[in-house]
Design a protein around this ligand. Structure first.
Ligand code: NAD
Length: 256
């Protein structure tokens, strides 16, 4: 269904970004993978996506903490029909102890990068006569937790920016929405399970249900495939009038 479309996914050499890129490729889109590293395995990942799904795929190194890199990523892609802003980092500390450089990095990578990539992608989408901007925000774009000041502020900012993008493209065949995941089992989260099991003297299932998924009523992780599927839906004709809103994929977190 997305044959002939090119998707740029920021922060897509692991986790949700890679999962989203794979589902877009499964739907036929050509894929531009991205992260700030430039390793052989990054480029191999693109090769793998290309071979598995029979699409064109390329890896472009660009650091989403730098405005010039964000803009260069879209320029180097050459065309951008689908823009998925996914790159993100986290740091947890009380406000008074929150390192200033962590605040700056989180605001830059998680929020400002979305402004820069969108600014370059929109003229391409208008020229192509079709476009989709999908911003991966978070349940923390709608609610808050203590000690995550920068992350919560940046994700709320992404939700706000998504609405502005939607209004500025409302009369074009372009939509912009934010997906708000709850807890997702990415390699990053998986790696925390053994330590937490030891710390609490609990089994794997107990750690997942009682410690990690305490705020997620389903007591199940969302998967990267489900986030990919939600992104593919937002790129479909059925979603052409869905713009300027959020879709929660959070097992009921924000209903609480
Ligand atoms: P992850 O660490 O697996 O993925 C983050 C990606 O961003 C990686 O590909 C990483 O290389 C990339 N990245 C980091 N810094 C970058 C930079 N300076 N420039 C370019 N790329 C950079 O984590 P994830 O869980 O897949 O997170 C992806 C997105 O989903 C983030 O925006 C995160 O806030 C959001 N999210 C995750 C969860 C969760 O539970 N895992 C929940 C809600 C929202």
């Amino acid at each position: 269904a997305l044959k002939g479309k090119t998707a740029v996914v920021t922060g897509s050499n692991s986790g949700i970004g890679l999962g989203v890129a794979r589902e877009l490729a499964r739907a036929g889109a050509d894929i531009m993978l991205n992260s700030f590293t430039d390793r052989e395995e990054d480029h191999a990942l693109a090769q793998q996506v290309a071979e598995e799904f029979g699409v064109m795929a390329r890896y472009i190194q660009a650091d989403m903490s730098k405005s010039a890199d964000c803009r260069a990523l879209i320029e180097q892609a050459g065309t951008c029909d689908i823009l998925v802003n996914n790159a993100g980092i986290q740091h947890v500390a009380p406000i008074e102890d929150f390192p200033v450089e962590k605040w700056d990095a989180i605001v830059a990578i998680n929020m400002s990068s979305v402004f820069h990539t969108t600014a370059v992608a929109l003229p391409m989408m208008r020229k192509a006569g079709w476009g989709r901007v999908v911003n991966i925000a978070s349940a923390h774009g709608l609610t808050a937790s203590p000690f995550k000041s920068a992350y919560v502020a940046a994700k709320h900012g992404v939700v706000g920016l998504s609405k502005v993008t939607a209004l500025e493209t409302a009369e074009d065949p372009i939509t912009c929405n934010a997906i708000c995941p709850g807890y997702v089992l990415t390699p990053l989260v998986e790696a925390q399970i053994p330590d937490t099991m030891e710390k609490y003297g609990m089994g794997r299932d107990e750690v997942i249900k009682k410690v990690m998924l305490e705020r997620q009523p389903s007591r199940e992780f969302a998967t990267v495939e489900q986030l990919g599927g939600t992104t593919v839906f937002l790129c479909s004709d059925a979603a052409a009038q869905i713009t300027g809103t959020t879709i929660s994929v959070d097992g009921g977190w924000t209903a609480l």
